[in-house]
Design a protein around this ligand. Structure first.
Ligand code: AMP
Ligand code: GLY
Length: 434
């Protein structure tokens, strides 16, 4: 390799996902200077954090041009939806992340449901409404259980799985009443699906689709899948309960999604996130995201053997057909350490100890999510999800045990975690049938 093949890279975002992506990018011989905007206490160790408004398309494009970056990678959804990728491509810099049109797959539930209908992709039956009266009438006609979703981005809080008619009617009213701002001015009402959930992410250049490994998030705050929804409390990969037929069908659906987007003139270069429910009638799409999942990325990156710079550049330059992904044949389990109170209000600025001890364990990686470094150089908490502790193992159980042993080495005031990440999968498919 000659020095010329190194490129400087700008990565946008500040979560555990971005630390995992940053670390993987930095391990590539092709990675020059890695800028992370705004980054966190972990990305500092592998790159250079920069103060830049990641949601300002012109500011991002200018920064990338002025610093001579050869690749921009967009982590979170907000910059995608406002068209940061379009602005970067306009100045001639390869970008990993769809433009505003492709980001609609995540940014508008109505748009994604309509695209699925046009492509014949299996998903929950639904109605979409812009006035409260018609939405209420539809809910009464469908009866409970039923799922009520605000159309736009609502940081994971815009979905109510209503088990009673009263709950459903109240959820519709709250959407139109402005509980989710403009995200709730259109409401999607769906049939409730049942079965285990499974995430399948894919790299794509808008033509070729390369699925990653399966993973499964734990969205509820409390053990036993109780309590409020969160950004994710823990995750593992691969998902042992998925059958070969289900896996093939999820891959087919992601292929078909990109083929339909291409037919409709959408050039989707980045990560397509398929959120599936493995129903008795086969996998159905619950949602798409136009980016990597968080914490899913924290189990996928340590399992990925391929060079991430090469893969992301191939997506951005539409030559993904040249690349085959390689995965480590190991299990990964990641447990999220949160601040007490999350997903409600919580305190920040608590000193964290033991990260180095945990990270020194063989097979363990500690990704920073909500951390910062204070004036004294100490790593302190700065968010609800603080750290993602990922362990690799030859068996699912070994990875699980190692992840928890590593979690026990880390301390901060208010440290909170779920002790049952992966337990249900260990019990097998029947654990979802109760
Ligand atoms: P979403 O933001 O669309 O991913 O929804 C958040 C969570 O709500 C999902 O992870 C599911 O657990 C649940 N959910 C969403 N849609 C449905 C559905 N049609 N049937 C059952 N559960 C759903
Ligand atoms: N872990 C779920 C998501 O990233 O949307």
């Amino acid at each position: 390799m000659n020095a010329d093949s190194r490129i400087d890279i700008l990565l946008l975002g500040s979560g555990g996902r971005e630390h995992a992506i940053a670390k993987k990018l930095s391990e590539s011989p092709r990675c020059g200077t890695l800028y992370v905007a705004p980054g966190n206490g972990g990305t500092l160790e592998v790159g250079e954090n920069v103060a830049l408004d990641a949601e300002d398309p012109a500011a991002v494009a200018d920064f990338a041009r002025e610093t001579g970056c050869g690749l921009v990678v967009i982590g979170p959804e907000a910059p995608l939806v406002v068209g940061v990728a379009d602005a970067v491509r306009e100045v001639g810099i390869p970008c990993f992340g769809p433009g505003a049109a492709g980001a609609q797959l995540e940014g508008s539930k109505r748009f994604s449901k309509e695209l699925m209908a046009r492509a014949g992709i299996p998903t929950a039956s639904y109605g979409s409404f812009t006035d409260e009266e018609s939405a209420l009438a539809y809910v009464r006609e469908q009866g409970a259980p039923v799922v009520v979703k605000a159309d736009g981005l609502a940081a994971g809080k815009g979905v109510v799985v209503a088990l009673t008619l009263d709950e459903a009617l109240r959820a519709v009213h709250e959407c139109f009443d402005g509980a989710f701002g403009s995200a709730g001015s259109t409401v999607v009402i769906e049939e409730m699906l049942t079965g285990p959930e499974c995430t399948l992410l894919a790299f794509t250049d808008g033509k070729t689709v390369r699925p990653m490994a399966t993973s499964q998030d734990h969205k509820r705050a409390l053990e036993g899948d109780l309590g409020p929804n969160t950004g994710g409390m823990g995750v593992y990969s691969p998902v042992p309960i998925v059958t070969d037929e289900e896996h093939a069908e999820m891959c087919r659906i992601l292929d078909e999604t990109i083929a339909e987007a291409q037919r409709e003139g959408i050039d989707f270069r980045g990560c397509l996130y398929g959120g599936f429910m493995l129903t008795p009638a086969g996998p159905k799409v619950i949602e798409y995201n136009a980016r990597f999942g968080d914490p899913e990325t924290e189990v996928l990156m340590p399992r990925l053997e391929s060079d991430l710079v090469e893969v992301m550049l191939a997506c951005a330059e539409q030559r993904l057909d040249e690349i085959e992904l390689k995965w480590r044949d190991e299990w990964a389990v990641s447990v999220v350490l949160t601040s007490a109170g999350y997903p409600g209000s919580y305190e920040k600025g608590k000193a964290i100890s033991g990260i180095d001890d945990a990270a020194a364990m063989e097979g363990v990686t500690v990704y920073h999510a909500g951390t910062a470094v204070n004036e004294d150089g100490e790593v302190v908490t700065s968010g609800g999800r603080v750290l993602d502790v990922t362990a690799l193992g030859d068996t699912f159980e070994a990875a699980r045990e190692l992840a928890y042993a590593a979690c026990d080495k880390i301390e901060f005031e208010g440290k909170t975690l779920r002790r049952d990440i992966g337990l249900r999968a260990l019990r097998g498919r029947s654990a979802w049938e109760a």
